[in-house]
Design a protein around this ligand. Structure first.
Ligand code: PFF
Length: 451
């Protein structure tokens, strides 16, 4: 399949790319993780820092990734090797691949939870239950051994199946239909949530900033999440960019993906926090927030069970369009750089990543006492990848585009060899050369309590 430049798959066009890249960006990070870390780090001040990170760091890093991928026509490791042969830049490609490995190991676990919840909703398990019972159901489920692993394996098998088939037709078509549906459902949930009694406290929590709650750790988390949510720092968009036609203008694409991802995250916050406060649930409920709060909201809605089924199905599907993109990073490396067949590479990596994810699946049950640097296995994998490897990967790519690549090559790629105007080039280069690297390095060192 796509193991040489001439046979390389490409997206059918601009919309195909946007759907797939937005499909990668919009996932559990937006609907599951963003609300809960916002809760943990105290609400609106965290969101403001997050938005600043998106603008000053996320956007230039995204544009850098897409340009590097399209220029090199290779995944992350091969792209560095092609554009900077004989230099150590390819190490950064390895970091990206390691991040993909770690992220998918725990991402598959949470995606598995969403599948269990589809089944629970189909069985009407939430109907007539009070908030305490719904909360206990979640704790009971993730504390088990076989069931979370069963669903993790099921989800990873689905991911594997699609990646084996190649990225073009499946992902593209499927993302184009499912992403708008996700938006419609989310808007309906927002409507229900904001019309609950006591919803206004949720709005205050989301939009009335209290900067006194902001710690260095919160700023590091905001930046780590900007990378995670936009699928940056590990080469997903390098890889997807390598499948993009040379005629597409890159900056508008990066802008559209960023806006779509941010709007969906904010909508998820609006769907969840007013309901959290209306039901008197603790906003800092952690990873269980979506799995406990939303079933409560549905239990109070007319036709709530149908919404519940739809919501968790779409969450699972949003997770799938993201997990495919993560697996693709690792698979593209084996296919391009080791000439392994796509099928063998995909099967092998799925197996290894799934096995590695099992301790994460058990982190809330039989391995809950296992603590490494004060974190369970699940949180440790997330922490190392999101707060360490992704920002470092982002730092490398922006330095690469800002300082290593020749300015004329960057301009050539962004302008499609002079076909489109790139008046923004000086601003982009300033962000990629100076602002993003300094911001990433500062936040990073501050978060690690080094400065
Ligand atoms: N962006 C995805 C989400 O928000 O769920 C997760 C993700 C995908 C992270 C791809 C990193 C990545 F490279």
């Amino acid at each position: 399949m796509a193991n040489s430049v001439s046979q390389r798959d490409s997206f059918s066009g601009k919309y195909g790319f946007i759907a797939a890249a937005a499909g990668s960006a919009i996932g559990l990070g937006n609907i599951w993780k963003f609300p809960y870390i916002t809760g943990v780090y105290g609400g609106s001040a965290f969101i403001i820092v997050y938005l600043i990170c998106i603008l000053l760091i996320g956007l230039p890093v995204m544009l850098s990734e897409i340009s590097v991928g399209r220029r090199a026509q290779k995944g992350v490791f091969g792209a560095y090797k092609t554009l900077a042969p004989g230099t150590p830049w390819f190490f950064s490609g390895y970091m990206g691949i390691a991040a993909a490995f770690l992220i998918l190991s725990f991402y598959g676990v949470v995606a598995g939870w969403t599948m269990e919840y589809v089944v629970k909703a189909l069985a009407g398990s939430f109907t007539g239950k009070n908030p305490d019972q719904i909360s206990a159901m979640f704790g009971d489920f993730i504390g088990q051994t076989a069931r979370p692993i069963f669903w993790q394996v099921g989800f990873m098998a689905l991911t594997c199946f699609i990646v084996i088939a190649g990225i073009k037709n499946g992902i593209e078509k499927y993302s184009k239909i499912l992403m708008p549906v996700l938006l419609v459902i989310l808007l309906m949930l927002c409507l229900r949530s904001v019309t609950l009694d006591g919803a206004s406290k949720g709005f205050e929590f989301l939009f009335k900033p209290d900067f006194s709650k902001l710690s260095g750790e919160a700023i590091l988390a905001a930046m780590g999440h900007a990378f995670f949510s936009l699928s940056l720092g590990m080469g997903t968009l390098v890889t997807y960019g390598s499948y993009l036609k040379k005629t597409e203008s890159l900056a508008p694409l990066a802008g559209q993906i960023t806006i779509a991802d941010t709007v969906i995250a904010l909508l998820a916050g609006i769907a969840i926090f007013p309901a959290v406060f209306a039901f008197g649930i603790e906003p800092a409920a952690g990873p269980g927030l979506v799995f406990v709060t939303l079933p409560n909201v549905f239990a109070q809605m007319p036709l709530g069970n149908i919404f519940c089924i739809l919501f968790f199905s779409l969450l699972a599907i949003a997770a799938l369009t993201s997990s495919i993109s993560i697996l693709e990073v690792v698979v593209a490396h084996l296919v391009e750089d080791f000439k392994v067949s796509r099928k063998t590479a995909t099967l092998m990596m799925t197996l290894v990543i799934t096995l590695f994810g099992i301790p994460s699946a058990l982190s809330f049950g039989s391995l809950s006492d296992l603590s490494i640097f004060g974190l369970n296995f699940f949180d440790l994998a997330d922490h190392i990848a999101s707060n360490f490897l992704l920002p470092l990967g982002g730092l490398c790519i922006s330095l690469f585009v800002g300082w290593k690549m020749a300015r004329k090559d960057v301009a050539d790629e962004l302008s499609n060899s002079g076909a489109v105007k790139i008046a923004y080039l000086p601003v982009f280069l300033f962000l990629a050369r100076i602002v993003a690297p300094i911001a990433i390095a500062t936040v990073f060192l501050h978060g690690l309590k080094i400065i």
